[in-house]
Design a protein around this ligand. Structure first.
Ligand code: PMP
Length: 435
């Protein structure tokens, strides 16, 4: 299929050419390179509310929202003002600061499952630190993760399943030593017997189980709540720690994330994205007892020059204050549900193989008509449909993340009218893809 560009993309193309001379593949994070969709990546110059504009002056209704952080949309005035106020007083001191206290307090006051938190600067850093903490607390080296969950580019998590049932990982990236990958055990999601079997055999060497309670990096693989309860119970039974990686789900499906949504208490939670209000912030949190293992109190070392940077703290604080507006999460969930069901209704009427899994304000365009809960149920061949839909949507002014494995996000800035516009454009794009 030929992907004819009906919107100007010359400026982005020129900038991308230039960027090739500076950055590997022209980008600073791989999916941004638009390798599996049409045309050069868009160079975005500004955003306001639910929309953003590229260097060619095309405007897009944005459902990527910077991959999740922008739960209040672009350039939210409340957040913007707090950031500007803070920037004017200096940007970083490398000392404790009041804004860090305020954000810490706001989170801990409203989260029933954690008592202490440590701010870092990215989701990857949060996960890496949480793993070190789990290993430090238990004195064990192995970790157990699930196929289909992504946890950032942490060495021991850049692994793929090896051969055999309870598979010890082999690295999925060059540069990850095999012996590091071998300390990671990978299981399929929701295989309760295999989980029990693996824990029965290896629990004495496993520090923690890590899971995305709402796996949202390989499609949106919504799990049965009973599976998350099963994880909790098995972790207790076998005396290993349970880490919920809530870098996406935290403050997104509700203020207390997936832990609160499903009412399952993990031992450690990692955060990122929404927590920084659009600035680089990650965090990990747990009980005081567990967190007191971290330096300077305990023997697990972890530090950061820009950790709890005041500007980032101001942005995060403002964003989370807005999240606490009564009814905020209910409204985002209702809007997302309405949009997803309208798209699904159209697909059904036309007999198109597409459905729209969604939870909170996260959604995914899933091909086929069967519910997908594991990554091996995703048929890579269907990504050709995604490429067409993505292309058509760009031509009509709607931006989805440039990969069919990525989820979309609805923000507080998306109006009902915006979502109606999106539904009609997505339906038109489906007509091109499937018609
Ligand atoms: N964990 C999860 C669940 C994520 O979705 C991501 C990022 N998509 C990360 C960790 C890594 O976060 P970051 O990109 O901020 O390093």
């Amino acid at each position: 299929m030929k992907f004819e560009q009906r919107i100007p993309r010359q400026t982005s193309a020129v900038l991308f050419d230039e960027a090739q001379g500076y950055f590997p593949g022209g980008v600073n994070s791989p999916v941004r390179a638009f390798r599996s969709v049409s045309g050069p990546p868009l160079f975005i110059k500004e955003g306001k509310g639910s929309r953003m504009r590229d260097e060619d002056d095309n405007e897009f209704l944005d459902f990527c929202c910077s991959w999740g952080p922008l739960i209040h949309g672009h350039a939210n005035e409340y957040i913007e003002n707090k950031v500007i106020e803070t920037v004017r007083k200096g940007t970083s001191f490398g000392t404790p600061n009041r804004l860090g206290n305020q954000l810490g307090k706001l989170i801990l006051d409203h989260h029933p499952y954690v008592e202490r938190i440590r701010f870092v600067s990215s989701g990857t850093e949060a996960v890496m630190s949480a793993l070190r903490l789990a290993r430090g607390v238990t004195g064990r080296n192995k970790i157990l993760k699930f196929d289909g969950c992504y946890h950032g580019h942490v060495d021991s998590l850049l692994v793929k399943a090896g051969s055999g049932l309870a598979t010890f990982g082999t690295s999925s990236s060059a540069g990850v030593p095999e012996n590091v990958a071998a300390d990671t055990i990978i299981l399929p999601l929701n295989d309760r017997d295999l989980l029990e079997e693996t824990l029965a055999k290896h629990a004495h060497e496993i520090a923690c189980i890590i899971v995305e309670p709402i796996p949202a990096n390989n499609g949106l693989l919504i799990q049965d709540p009973s599976w998350l309860e099963c994880l909790r119970i098995k972790a207790w039974k076998h005396n290993v720690l349970l880490i919920f990686d809530e870098v996406i789900s935290g403050f997104r499906v509700g203020f207390t994330g997936a832990a609160g949504y499903y009412n399952v208490k993990p031992d450690i939670i990692t955060f990122g994205k929404v927590i920084g209000g659009g600035f680089p912030v990650g965090a990990y949190a747990a009980s005081a007892e567990i967190m007191d293992n971290i330096a300077p109190v305990g023997p697990v070392y972890q530090a950061g020059t820009l950790s709890a940077n005041p500007v980032a703290m101001a942005a995060g604080l403002a964003a989370l204050e807005l999240c606490l507006t009564p009814g905020f999460y209910e409204l985002q969930e209702q809007k997302t549900h309405a949009m997803a069901t309208a798209i699904e209704a159209y697909a059904k009427e036309k007999g198109y193989p597409l459905h729209v899994p969604h939870i909170g304000s996260i959604f995914w365009l899933a091909f086929g008509n069967e519910r997908i809960t594991r990554s091996d149920q995703i048929d890579a061949a269907n990504m050709e449909y995604f490429k067409v839909i993505h292309h058509e949507l760009l031509q009509t002014g709607v931006y989805l993340g440039p990969s069919g494995y990525e989820v979309g996000f609805v923000s507080g800035a998306h109006s009902i009218k915006d979502l109606e516009e999106a539904v009609s454009k997505i339906c038109a794009a489906m007509d091109v893809a499937f018609g």
